[in-house]
Design a protein around this ligand. Sequence first.
Ligand code: OOB
Length: 542
Amino acid sequence: MMPIRQTWPEELARLYREKGYWRGETFPRMLRERAAAFPDRIAVVGGEERWSYGELHLRAETAAAGFLKLGLKPGERVIVQIGNRPEFLSVVFGLFYAGLIPVYALPAHRRTEIAHFARKAEAAGYVVADKGDGFDYRVLAREVNAEVPELRHVVVVGEAEEFARFEDFAPDPSLLPGNPSPSDVAFLQISGGSTGLSKLIPRTHDDYIYSFRASAEICGLDADSVYMTALPVAHNFPMSSPGVFGALHAGSCIVMCPSPNAQTAFALIEKEKVTITGLVPPLALLWMQAAPKTKHDLSSLKVLQVGGAKFMPEAARRVRPTLGCTLQQVFGMAEGLVNYTHLDDPEDIIVETQGRPISPDDEVLIVDDEGKPVAEGESGNLLTRGPYTIRTYHNELAANERSFTQDGFYRTGDVVRRTREGYLVVQGRATDHINRAGEKVSAEEIEDHLLAHPQVFDAAVVSIPDPFLGERSCAFIIPQGEVPKAAAIKAWMRTRNVAEFKVPDQIRFVERFETTAVGKISRKELRAQLRQAFLDAEAVKE
Ligand code: OOB
């Protein structure tokens, strides 16, 4: 089993400790300390469950013993695919207590993605909830297990059928290992997948805890706050910006909202007196549309965070008048850097920028395509390094070469400019992915699937501006032989067992791709050309 590491140069690690960013906290210690300090305070609410900090801790200890008793060994990797329910936390902290390393999958992921994570992480276990959103994860677990038999243990929350049942785990304090080191990798997060398949992002206790402790402070979380997660909790935004972990760190209450639709969420906001929650832009639009008509009392809500994709200023300006709360823009990435507008910033900054970095030691460079810094205020490629931005993906030689500079800066792929006040404005991006309502879809990954279709000669997938999703995907296909039906291509994508958000929204058949006089163009140029041709044609129609 390949060890998983994430290290910073020694002099920087020393600086980050001296400045008090890295305080030697670890996930197990964090929960234990809070359970000891305020055992009866409510930690998490969801469905019929309402667990105190003390109870969450006991459940995590029981879970840890159960995982170890099954035969999982500290240091092994375990994929977790559980939606927004309290068990997400008892499973994940159970893994932390057992010295196991969670790999966070999203509920939308299917066999292709899970099998990929399992191989890349050399995972030994897979924890799912029996059902979610009408989908049976036990069926998925069977398929993945058949494809990757190394995934020895499948654990199911709920009705387990032939698998180990999470609820049957029993406490056994003698099994629990000692504390991890704060510089150890705590878990693997999944990259948005700007090129090809998603990559695994190793985050340490030190770096991640710093990011959400500081986030909780910026977002004003305290013991009276009620943080609701309406986005899938395994995503970096609701997990740590400040997310459920930031809420636990601050001793707040977490509300697990099973669906982001306005009716479900509004009812929970009223019932639990939610004070802060986070959304992607399309959901924020839906909530703003629903708010004037709702019978629910939303007056407890003080902060609505919006991030994951660009929130347009016109929409941003409507948040306070329609929802009666402060907007906070969040521009972050699972690889590290997170920017926030601050709650007391002037309205124009809140509406027009995507915030400023968490840390005084987040280094931000804005450079042209040759890597030279652009003039102040100009747009350029955003590079960053700092106390919670990774230096490497797990087991990705080529991607690491591409994604990091010689001196350790992460190439975010985003094009930004910096305002005089030091706030970033996201202008676009340099990489070819589709940011579909905050879900990142790699053009290359979809093209690969399409090319496997017998009637597809060539394919190029591009992002098209969409008034609701922000962007949608369009696949341009040169057919081979008889022209297939668009619906057949979509059906084919579904047989590839990928997340539904990766199925192209639109399909266009073309006879050929235009090439330059030289005859050959890069895929990047080709995608740009197709996108432009599409937009020009749309403009003519209007
Ligand atoms: C968040 O994380 P990821 O890893 O799913 O995606 C990161 C990418 C960024 O590089 C950027 O392209 C885009 O998503 N993005 C935004 C944005 N927030 C993220 N683009 C424009 N405006 C924004 N506010 O998406 C993520 C992680 C932590 C906190 C928030 C979002």
